[in-house]
Design a protein. Structure first.
Length: 261
């Protein structure tokens, strides 16, 4: 079993080690890969659930995710209660277990054959992903679906916003939630992009490296997936020889991206 553990604990945070230990208690032969997203960023969590889950990988895969801003109820919390645990079975057989919060399920909601609530406590610990959820995730990984409850419908889950920063990679490339097929631009045409208070000229390209050094490209990036011949590709801002992230003043994930010209 290959497990992708996606959470907002922070890069190098020992919380990853604690959760890994709990998962390995009930899935001792698992190989676990860790991925840290920004604090409370359900958009980045959902983006990576889809990117890892909908693309080719090991046959036996579980994505275990935790990004729970506890924003479903503004009132004071009783017993550390937060958003509930859910299970999704993707059409390719990948199992996804984690908290339904914000956009965590938005990218996969139309690519799942099963979307259900998992009947476990919503409270009981400040650290539910370590203390409450791992036994349920392990049971599901082993094929025990006895904890599954109410069916979730796609319309109960928010749509992916079409104008946000989804991720910034290690090279400073800005991955967005702008779908490549939503644009009708001619290759090498000039566009103007705004992120926050920063505006920059860019060149629309159908391949990021087909622009000169020092040029900001707005192009279909490396993120996306192909399902039954239908391709999803997300637009990316790429500064050849530099950092698009720095060019735009180091924007945060979930910040709005606008094409203004």
């Amino acid at each position: 079993m290959f497990i992708s553990l996606i959470a907002d604990y922070g890069t190098g945070d020992p919380a990853f080690s604690e959760v890994t230990q709990r998962l390995l208690t009930d899935i001792p032969q698992a190989q676990i890969n860790l991925l840290s997203v920004p604090p409370f960023s359900t958009l980045a969590t959902g983006f990576w659930i889809a990117q890892l889950g909908l693309n080719p990988g090991p046959a036996e895969r579980l994505i275990y995710h935790n990004c729970a801003p506890r924003q479903d109820d503004p009132e004071a919390r009783q017993n550390n209660e937060g958003e509930g645990l859910t299970y999704a079975l993707l059409n390719n057989g990948v199992k996804v277990v984690g908290v339904n919060a914000g956009f965590t399920l938005s990218f996969i909601k139309h690519h799942a054959q099963v979307l259900q609530i998992v009947n476990v406590s919503r409270g009981g610990s400040q650290f539910r992903s370590r203390d409450v959820f791992p036994p349920a995730a392990a049971a599901i990984a082993h094929g025990d679906l006895s904890l599954l409850g109410e069916i979730l419908k796609p319309d109960q889950i928010p749509d992916v916003p079409s104008d946000r920063v989804a991720w910034v990679d290690g090279y400073g490339n800005i991955k967005t939630t702008i779908s490549a097929d939503s644009l009708t631009l001619e290759p090498e045409s000039k566009v103007v992009i705004r992120i926050g208070d920063v505006v920059s000229d860019a060149i629309y390209s159908d391949g990021s490296f087909r622009v000169p050094e020092g040029t900001l490209a707005f192009a279909p990036g490396s993120s996306g997936w192909s399902i039954d011949g239908a391709e999803t590709r997300w637009m990316e801002l790429f500064l050849r020889g530099g950092s698009a992230w720095e060019r735009f003043g180091k924007p945060r994930v979930n910040q709005k991206v606008a094409q203004i010209g």
